[in-house]
Design a protein around this ligand. Structure first.
Ligand code: PEP
Length: 259
């Protein structure tokens, strides 16, 4: 089994941007731009209130819709929260888990990440689990330690069957929304570290099959070089996913001209 077994994923994280009208306008421009056969899976994660409309607008296309978060209970007295079952019913097939902004601003930990992954899998969603170091950790040479800790606490409690259904996103926090992309070499090294962790906990086949996305200032003009790295199986895109022409250029990275 080689790298070709791993179908690339290009995922867009809209964060807290776009109302319903802006969501409609995005798809009106975006969908015609990505017509035609392509090798990658496309996932877009709008805010909760626009998931249903995004799912409706993409129902007859190959674009998948994902939530940006979920809570682990199926239902209950949890004011303000949304369950995996609710995401599924709104037309989602995917969900982001433990994005660094969730860790930074909303107190999420490796332990809550694990509970959310299990809940997402129980609801039939594909979780994209985010890991990555902050600048201070990179500068003090702790990147591999941090990745090990996040993997061991958040992911490794999964059994092999559960693990086979998740996607991992490596997002160095210092590269998110800063315009500072990790060099392809830095990204490739971190991806190799994560794949080694997968091998250690789940074995060779799991390591060969696990898709690891890179996230952090991915743009139309750097996506191709990043995607050419052996261990990079896709991209998680924030800022550049908000603009339909940019995101289409990223989705079409194999065929579109460099911009
Ligand atoms: C993200 O939000 O996951 C992200 C990578 O953002 P940006 O592309 O804007 O750095």
């Amino acid at each position: 089994m080689g790298v070709h077994m791993r179908r690339p994923i290009i995922a867009g994280n809209w964060k807290m941007y776009k109302d319903t009208g802006q969501t409609r306008a995005f798809f009106e421009t975006f969908l015609p731009l990505i017509k035609g056969p392509k090798n990658c899976e496309v996932v877009i994660c709008p805010p909760f209130v626009n998931l249903q409309i995004a799912a409706d607008l993409t129902a007859s296309t190959s674009v998948h819709i994902g939530g940006q978060n979920l809570f682990w209970a199926k239902e209950g007295a949890y004011t303000g929260e949304i369950s995996g079952e609710m995401l599924k019913a709104a037309g989602c097939g995917w969900v982001l888990i433990a994005h660094s902004e969730r860790r930074q601003y909303f107190g999420e930990t490796d332990e809550t990440a694990n509970r959310k992954i299990v809940a997402a899998l129980d609801a039939g969603l594909t979780p994209i689990v985010c890991v990555g170091e902050v600048l201070k950790e990179r500068e003090s040479g702790q990147t591999n330690l941090v990745l090990d800790k996040q993997f061991t606490g958040g992911i490794a409690p999964l059994n092999s069957e559960q693990f086979a259904k998740i996607v991992i996103a490596y997002e160095p926090v210092w590269a998110i929304g800063t315009g500072k992309t990790a060099t392809p070499q830095i990204a490739a090294d971190a991806h190799a570290t994560i794949r080694t962790l997968v091998r250690k906990h789940y074995g060779n086949d799991a390591a060969e099959n696990c898709r690891i996305l890179y996230g952090g200032s991915v743009k139309p003009d750097n996506v191709r070089e990043l995607m050419s790295q052996h261990d990079i199986d896709g991209a998680l895109v924030g800022g550049a996913s908000l603009e339909p022409v940019s995101f289409a250029a990223i989705v079409n990275y194999e065929t579109s001209k460099l911009q």
